[in-house]
Ligand binder design. Structure first.
Ligand code: NAD
Length: 267
């Protein structure tokens, strides 16, 4: 399978190029970057610290889709929707790791998924996908006497908050309680907030240093507390999961798939 990487000069992009190069059953098809990116014209593999591949970073995403069987996208929401349209037009598999998508972006992805297979996950690590499944289960077992709070910490460069993973954990907890996250999410507390509303799912966000991604789901009742925690120490886990998702999606019918579909567990 030939896999292309859009945003190949980014932190995740370089990790993906390394992962594809080192994985059996797939070859690197090339990489693209946004117009004006200073790395355009450089060798895609050299940029990732590997021996030269002869493939240069281009700003022509359409050509990359044409040369690929699947494309992996860890970029930014506006770029991701453009890539989803290209995937729909060409029928190529798209794997989306970009977070911070708004409802309008998500709608474009859902429309594109009517024409091709798209795998989207706020987090491609196996551990976090296990955490998602456990969170839904525990939230379904513990009643509203257990207040749910989600705490996340990421590196200082992250631009969206709460993280896509934290929101995914919130959706999993809400699903376990048969409620909609938008009705119970408490995303920012500051000043005189009043007492906590029963049934809310709260989010707390920390940013600093080079933290790859820490998430804890707290179930706090009178007298006891359950905490489920995942800590990523390397971006490699996300790249490994995304490449696994691309290989899994080969030949799948059009649809919007999750990493839980890829791994075969979860809700
Ligand atoms: P980054 O800023 O290092 O990389 C993003 C890259 O996308 C940059 O090189 C940028 O130039 C490029 N880009 C922007 N517009 C483009 C366009 N139109 N065409 C091609 N490339 C374009 O960021 P990062 O840390 O690599 O994270 C990227 C995204 O992936 C973020 O949304 C982040 O939250 C998400 N992420 C998801 C997971 C997951 O498992 N789902 C894990 C890590 C990061």
């Amino acid at each position: 399978m030939k896999i292309g990487v859009v945003g190949c000069a980014g932190r995740m992009g370089r990790m993906l190029v390394t992962q594809i190069t080192g994985t059996g059953g797939c070859d690197l098809a090339g990489g693209s970057e946004g117009p004006g990116n200073p790395h355009i014209g450089e060798d895609v593999a050299t940029l990732a610290g590997l021996p030269a591949s002869g493939l240069t970073v281009s700003d022509d995403a359409a050509a990359l889709f044409a040369a690929s069987d699947a494309v992996i996208d860890f970029t930014a929401p506006a770029a991701t929707v453009a890539h989803a349209e290209l995937a729909a037009e060409t029928g190529k598999v798209l794997v989306v790791g970009t977070t911070g998508l708004e409802d309008s972006h998500q709608k474009v992805l859902a429309d594109a998924a009517k024409r091709t297979a798209i795998v989207q996950a706020p987090n491609f690590s196996i551990g976090v996908n296990l955490l998602l499944a456990l969170t839904e289960r525990v939230a379904g077992i513990l009643d509203e006497d257990y207040d749910i709070e989600i705490v996340e910490m990421h590196h200082r460069h992250k631009v969206d908050a709460p993280s896509g993973t934290a929101l995914g954990l919130g959706r999993a907890a809400a699903a376990g309680r048969n409620v909609s996250l938008s009705d119970v999410a408490q995303r920012g507390r500051d000043g005189i907030t009043g007492p906590r509303r029963s049934g809310d799912i709260g989010f707390a966000v920390l940013r600093g240093g080079d933290v790859v991604g820490d998430h804890t789901v707290v179930f706090a009742a009178d007298g006891e507390r359950v905490e489920l925690t995942h800590k990523a120490s390397s971006r490699e886990v996300f790249a490994r999961g995304a490449v696994r998702a691309a290989l899994w999606a080969d030949g799948k019918a059009p649809g919007l798939y999750s990493m839980q579909d890829v791994l075969g567990f979860g809700s």
